[in-house]
Design a binder for this molecule. Structure first.
Ligand code: URA
Length: 435
């Protein structure tokens, strides 16, 4: 096969054979396809788009460029993926709750990307906890406990690893076809029976415009289904952080408040139950999504999800008594500063992207790959959209390594809250469903 023939086909918008896609993905993984050819492919796809069949073929070929897990378990193998947001710590609650309900969840997760936090960084805020597990350990823990949350090793979807790095430097990250193939090639390498996607929309999402979010949700669902994985997507609001906190240890605190029934955190609760309900229905463990959501709620309310979370933490090297002593076990920042309102009115809009950048500026995320992150810093007690405020009322608390850093971030975040004269219509947390 010859890369130039394949590039001509994409350039001229002709159908690409699955064999050619397989050759190309394997060539990306092995290095036989050059950087120039991969960049030309990415740009041609961005400009011309792919047909449904070609997108499925690309995703499959990228998935199969590395290992694909195979399972023989007494329950369905399920997972969820979020397109990324601020204060989105759903995975940490959902994985153990699904396991309690009879599912198996081998969750291969990511680190923070841009202004959004990453599940692995949050989990690693728990002292001693390891996420770099071998595939044998991932398999073994999933079988015994029903859930594991681990980092992607190089053995999964190596074609995506190479193409993603090339997209990053060729202005081709934004292609919905390439985003779809990239996300799904990694997720479906887990050997899933069913997948639910949480596609975020709004000021803290990568896709701010609801039409773009819908387009991405449609592409993700039709491509995953085209490859034989039962899949649905919920489009959920990211015009404010999902949890009342943003930052690694602070989000684990919010998670533990939900898991131990200390606080409910309504939006986080609703999204967790709705996504879990979809998955349990797809996996045959619930009559429908509503029944499934009730089962997830029950797993949390009875304390079983907290217990399973504790077992997962201990298995991955964290403290064995984490669920009993979470408030003492998590790192805390030395400086906490409250940011307050200066005017009277209602919280009319939140620049959620700016809040995510605030966490990075505090040292809670990375500016460049390989940066060390401070798990203790971040934002907490973030005021909700629609809240009535007066001068001096709290907007959020900044957890920082020093008073100077707290002040600098407080200045940057002054404009992140828009105060309206009248009450506003707060966006529904679940804005749509595809599937
Ligand atoms: N996340 C991915 O894994 N790939 C993309 O292309 C975008 C987000």
């Amino acid at each position: 096969m010859d890369a130039r023939r394949l590039l001509e086909t994409v350039r001229d918008q002709r159908p690409i054979s699955p064999d050619a896609m397989t050759w190309f993905a394997n060539g990306l993984a092995s290095g036989e396809v050059s950087d120039a050819q991969a960049g030309a492919f990415a740009m041609a796809v961005l400009l011309n788009g792919l047909s449904h069949d070609d997108r499925v073929a690309l995703m499959r070929a990228m998935r199969d460029s590395g290992s694909v897990l195979e399972w023989d378990l007494p329950g369905p193998v399920l997972d969820k993926h979020s397109t990324g947001g601020v204060g989105d710590c759903v995975s940490l609650i959902l994985a153990p709750a699904l396991a309690v309900c009879g599912a198996y969840v081998p969750m291969i997760s990511g680190r923070g990307l841009g202004h959004t936090g990453g599940t692995l960084d949050k989990l690693e805020a728990i002292p001693g906890l390891q996420t770099e597990l071998s595939s044998d350990r991932l398999r073994d823990q999933t079988k015994r406990l029903g859930c594991a949350i681990v980092a992607a090793s190089t053995e999964y979807a190596p074609a995506d690893r190479r193409l993603y790095a090339i997209r990053d430097v060729t202005a081709t990250v934004e292609s919905i076809d390439l985003i779809t193939a990239s996300i799904l090639s990694k997720k479906l390498a887990e050997g899933l029976e069913a997948l639910v996607l949480d596609v975020k929309t709004g000021s803290g999402a990568f896709m701010e415009d609801p039409n773009d979010s819908k387009e991405l949700a449609n592409a993700l669902v039709s491509t995953a289904q085209g490859a034989g994985c039962m899949t649905t997507a919920l489009i959920t609001d990211m015009n404010q952080p999902l949890a009342p906190s943003a930052g690694n240890a602070l989000e684990v605190l919010s998670v533990m408040e939900v898991l131990t029934n200390t606080k409910k955190h309504d939006r986080l609760w609703q999204v967790t139950c709705a996504l879990g309900g979809e998955l349990l229905a797809l996996g045959g463990l619930a009559a429908d999504a509503e029944d499934g959501a009730g089962r997830i709620a029950n797993a949390i309310e009875t304390g079983q999800a907290a217990e399973r979370f504790g077992e997962m933490v201990a298995d991955q090297g964290g403290p064995v008594d984490f669920v009993e002593h979470w408030a003492d076990r998590l790192p805390a920042a030395p400086v906490i500063v409250e940011m307050t309102a200066e005017s009277t009115g209602y919280i009319g809009a939140i620049d959620t992207h700016a809040l995510g950048m605030g966490v990075i500026d505090l040292g809670g995320g990375r500016n460049v790959q390989g940066d060390r992150i401070d798990p203790a810093v971040g934002l907490s007690d973030i005021v909700e959209l629609g809240t009535s405020i007066m001068p001096g009322d709290p907007l959020l608390r900044i957890h920082a390594a020093s008073a100077d850093e707290a002040m600098r971030v407080a200045m940057d975040l002054q404009g992140a809250f828009v105060v309206a004269d009248r009450p506003i219509d707060v966006p529904e947390i679940i804005q749509g469903r595809v599937g």
